[in-house]
Design a protein around this ligand. Structure first.
Ligand code: GLA
Length: 439
């Protein structure tokens, strides 16, 4: 590339960045539902009408999100992934949905979704084609595609990166951010850019991403298996020094969808995914069949305390504190009002493991704490930071704690609003001590 071309590109990039996305959205990690992991690119609406990528599928999921208690818990974005398009643009150069599967068009679907108090997300790809070969959004189409999405009433864009090169990505991701801003319609912007660059500095510039995107995929696609979930947890934890500081209100790392409720995870493994996504301040975007969910899996996804930890307004991503030879890892996330979350994760494959420790060993200040076990619902008060305790952690499972400091004056302290929900849960469970043992 000649030097004038390079400087032209740089000017374009700077212009784009200076008009980057800052629309106040995604102050906490986005929550919702996305088609990809569960429904993939199933376009067979003849033999598999119930499960093909079509407006009927999204209407079904909108009904479930709004009628089964999901929306009230925060699961508000309903996101179309790949394979919604016709294989060519219309006469005006706009992307268009496949009319045989989306006969009403996207604008009508957006109205359906909005009428139910939800928001609609859509998928496009910063390259010649989407990953499944549908029309892409190369640089010269960014403007028109942003405008089309806004005109349809879209609220969220997942911008993938198949069939593009790093130079195009460096230009295209900031350009789309600016183009979305220019539409005047507030949209959440999810960038797959880092996942195409290996996910780590120096190839990935997380400060720039934080300015132009609300969330970003860092790593490989999730699959319906514990191996996949474990691999993702491992990669994010091994690289937490680079990733953890990048996250905060309006800018989130995205380890991909929650697969809870599908075929690959046991109840313990599903709790592990929920717990880790909560402490990692990850978007809680399910990909499952909401029409047909096992009650245990629904309870995990609808666990109010896990969600409240994930959605903590301070927005600090948690970290792995310890990785023990015994196969136990300990994670910690600071929360507002001097509270915190602890997760004890077992990588073991034999039997429940009794892990002994004390809070001061996990960086807690001297004092007394109240502990709420997020999945068993048991509560323990008066846990001194220097008292030994043990937790029994199932193989590939977790114990997750919400920890709050206990002050002698706590009787008179008025609790801040974000934790009212939690406090009522505590009251519900205050009598039981459960599997927490103070030694
Ligand atoms: C990529 C993305 C996935 C999904 C598919 C669709 O693999 O990472 O999340 O969007 O493309 O083709």
């Amino acid at each position: 590339m000649g030097s004038s071309a390079v400087s032209g590109l740089l000017v374009l990039l700077l212009v784009s960045v200076s008009y980057g996305l800052d629309n106040g959205l995604a102050g906490t990690p986005p929550m919702g539902w996305m088609a990809w992991e569960r429904f993939r690119c199933n376009t067979d609406c003849i033999d598999d009408l119930q499960n093909c990528i079509s407006e009927a599928l999204f209407r079904d999921m909108a009904d479930r999100l709004s009628e089964d208690g999901w929306r009230e818990l925060g699961y508000e974005y309903l996101i179309i992934d790949d394979c919604w398009m016709l294989d060519q643009r219309d006469k005006e150069g706009r992307l268009q949905p496949d009319p045989s599967r989306f006969p009403g068009g996207i604008a009508k679907l957006a109205r359906y979704v909005h009428d139910r108090g939800l928001k609609l997300g859509i998928y496009a790809d910063m390259g010649s084609h989407t990953c499944m070969g549908f029309p892409g959004t190369p640089l010269h189409k960014i403007q028109i595609d942003a405008q089309t999405f806004a005109s349809w009433g879209v609220d969220y864009l997942k911008f993938d990166g198949c069939y593009s090169n790093p130079v195009e990505q460096m230009l295209g991701y900031p350009m789309m951010s600016a183009a979305l801003n220019d539409t005047g319609r507030p949209m959440v912007y999810s960038c797959s850019w880092p996942a195409y660059l290996g996910g780590l500095p120096p190839n990935v510039n997380y400060s720039l991403l934080g300015e132009i995107c609300h969330l970003w995929r860092n790593y490989d696609d999730i699959e319906d298996s514990w191996d996949s979930v474990q691999d993702i947890i491992q990669w994010f934890s091994d690289n937490q020094d680079d990733l953890q500081p990048a996250a905060g209100p309006g800018r989130w790392n995205d380890p991909d969808m929650l697969i809870i409720g599908n075929f690959g995870l046991s109840v313990d493994q599903a709790r592990s995914q929920m717990a880790l996504w909560a402490v990692m301040a990850s978007p809680l975007i399910m990909s499952n069949d909401l029409r047909n969910l096992d009650p245990n899996m629904r309870a995990i996804l609808q666990n109010k305390v896990a969600i409240s930890i994930n959605q903590d307004p301070m927005g600090v991503q948690g970290r792995r504190l310890l990785q023990k030879k015994s196969g136990i890892d300990v994670y910690w996330r600071p929360l507002s009002s001097s509270c915190s979350a602890l997760v004890f994760l077992s990588r073991r494959t034999d039997m429940p493991y009794l892990y002994h420790t004390y809070l001061s060993k996990l960086n807690y200040e001297a004092g007394s704490y109240q502990v709420y076990d997020v999945f068993s619902g048991s509560t323990r008060t008066g846990l001194n930071s220097t008292s030994k305790f043990s937790v029994s952690i199932n193989p590939s499972g977790v114990v997750m704690w919400y920890v709050s400091p206990e002050e002698p004056s706590s009787q008179t302290r008025s609790d801040p609003a974000p934790h009212r929900e939690l406090d009522s849960e505590f009251r519900l469970h205050k009598s039981s001590i459960g599997r927490l043992t103070v030694l």
